[in-house]
Design a protein around this ligand. Structure first.
Ligand code: HXC
Length: 510
């Protein structure tokens, strides 16, 4: 055999491997409005950068005559490539091969890229589209999942891990994405559930569609499992590229800085009147975030879940910063269980990856009521305090208006370790709002007395000056100068040196 023949053979085999489950199944995948695993990877990565590993790996299962059905690659396409010129690792389930089900051998392919991503300090992206554990393999497949979960957990906080759910993702398979930092889903095309609608009906007699049970909107708005909702696979894949642009490759690096083209001293006169003087009148805090961010651009995370708190990334003077903001336009910006979970997890992500945190505070307090108390608002609210105190990245807090009670303390107050605390002149820093306070202190007084006391309380407490007198607020700033003041604080804290005492890990309230 001469080399020509050998090379020809190789190229034929290589091409055949790229067909996965074959043209008929690829057509079926396209008819379902879905891309193939390879098309997804090509769309995600910089053009021509994908390098595939383990293209010829096949399973070793002999149950159900499986030895007669070996497909090169065994239903996972994996390897590495680049996003915006930076290395990333990627793997995609190929639904055309045994429904993208997980075998011991293709799990080994996943673990290989997970291990390489961790060793080389680069993000890893998982593109899920799978029928779950390969039924024919039994416990071997379950072992494969365990191996993947192990790597997910060990890599947590070291490299960014991102999951896209682009088709089915059921049973224990959901726990790999759940262990990663961010989950993207495609509207009406992707589903995640531990048990599907049929099992739900059998066990609880509930009738529910798979969309309602575990569709993209459900997980983005109700369960808080997913962070991003795309209308198409392309939108999701482009969303992942954009998310990566805000992140460092690993926990020892800073996020990539962009040249600051937007004037850092840019002022915005509209901010003077954005915050209504009546504390009961809402406004949209996202207008403020967009006003102060580079290019007025805010990359929001979890926009459909717990809307009373807003989280996401901005660039300030070219550098990534995480935003945690109360949202007065939704439930008056009150802190409840879901908002606490949403904020705490994001604070911890930022801290893992050296991203400074800007907290924009306008919060009337924690949401009262049996539902909240009985579902553990104490336990969940404690996560925010824990996450802020534990975080050693630069922390800048700006009190916009209300900063009442426990919520004032937990939203990155000076004493919980914030580095720079700013306030608008309209800020109200007190144990509670004026009306509530007077109703307690002067319960039995007549209306005239109450009105007089109300005025006095407002003059004494509904302002930032008491806190400023005591040094709890570093600077009172003019709203129109917010962008510059935040950038100044970020620059001042850029080389912050602080570490927590050595420990195995803390015992965060979960
Ligand atoms: C082996 C599977 C498979 C699986 C699908 N296939 N799931 N093969 N193991 N888990 C095969 C099908 O037999 C079929 O093969 C091909 O993939 C495509 O499947 P279809 O059913 O034709 O596709 P569709 O109608 O789109 O339905 C997709 C599906 C359905 C909803 C995912 O296939 C399904 O319900 N599969 C089983 C899901 C499941 O119960 N998995 C186990 C979950 S428990 P042919 O040859 O006909 O094309 C689990 C435990 C993990 O995963 C625990 C981790 C800790």
């Amino acid at each position: 055999m001469n080399n020509d023949k050998i090379l020809k053979d190789f190229l034929a085999k290589d091409k055949a491997a790229e067909l996965g489950g074959g043209t008929r199944k690829i057509e079926k995948q396209h008819q379902a409005g879905r891309m193939t695993a390879r098309e997804r990877i090509e769309t995600l990565l910089d053009k021509g950068t994908f390098v595939e590993f383990d293209k010829f790996v096949t399973h070793r299962c002999t149950n159900y005559h499986m030895q007669q059905e070996k497909i090169p690659g065994d239903g996972i396409v994996s390897g590495y490539g680049k996003v915006d010129g930076r290395p990333v690792y990627v793997y995609a389930y190929d639904f055309t091969v045994f429904g993208g089900s997980l075998s011991l051998t293709n799990a080994g392919k996943i673990v290989k890229v997970q291990t390489m991503a961790l060793k080389n300090g680069a993000p890893i992206i998982a593109l899920n589209d799978s029928g779950g554990a390969r039924i024919q393999e039994g416990v071997d497949s379950l072992t494969g999942y365990a191996n993947i979960f192990f790597q997910n957990t060990i890599a947590s906080g070291v490299i960014p891990q991102i999951s896209a759910i682009l088709g089915p993702c059921a049973g224990g398979a959901c726990y790999s994405p759940a262990l990663t930092d961010f989950i993207f889903m495609v509207n009406e095309k992707s589903h995640m559930f531990v048990t599907g609608p049929d099992v739900v009906k059998a066990v609880t007699h509930e009738e529910v569609s798979k969309e309602e049970l575990g569709g993209a909107y459900t997980h983005n708005s109700k369960s808080g499992v997913a962070h991003f909702l795309g209308n198409s696979e392309e939108e999701v894949l482009m969303g992942i590229r954009e998310l990566l642009s805000f992140l460092p490759s690993n926990n020892l690096e800073d996020a990539p800085a962009r040249p600051a083209v937007d004037d850092v001293r840019r002022e915005d006169e509209r901010l003077t009147d954005l915050i209504p003087s009546d504390p009961n009148v809402p406004y949209d805090v996202k207008e403020l975030i967009e006003s102060v961010a580079d290019d007025n651009y805010f990359y929001e995370i979890m926009p459909h879940f717990a809307k009373n708190v807003v989280i996401g990334f901005v660039r300030m003077g070219g550098r990534t910063a995480g935003i945690v903001a109360n949202q007065p336009a939704f439930l008056a910006g009150v802190l409840d269980i879901d908002a606490s979970d949403k904020a705490a997890r994001f604070i911890r992500f930022c801290d893992c990856f050296n991203i400074p945190i800007i907290t924009l505070e306008d919060v009337p307090g924690f949401l009262p009521g049996c539902t909240q108390e009985h579902n553990g608002i104490i336990r969940h609210g404690a996560k925010i305090v824990y996450a802020y105190i534990e975080a050693t990245v630069p922390k800048i807090t700006l009190i916009l208006r209300k900063a009442y009670g426990g919520a004032y303390i937990v939203m990155s107050s000076k004493q919980t370790g914030s580095d720079v605390n700013l306030a608008y002149p309209m800020a109200e820093i007190a144990v509670m709002g004026a009306q509530g306070a007077i109703n307690i202190l002067y319960r039995n007084a007549d209306d005239d007395r109450k009105a007089k006391e109300l005025e006095e309380y407002a003059a004494n407490f509904a302002n930032p000056y008491q806190a400023a007198e005591k040094g709890y607020i570093d600077e009172i700033i003019l709203p129109r100068q917010t962008r510059f003041k935040l950038i100044q604080a970020l620059e001042m804290t850029q080389s912050k040196l602080r570490t927590n005492p050595h420990k195995k890990h803390g015992n965060m309230p979960l």
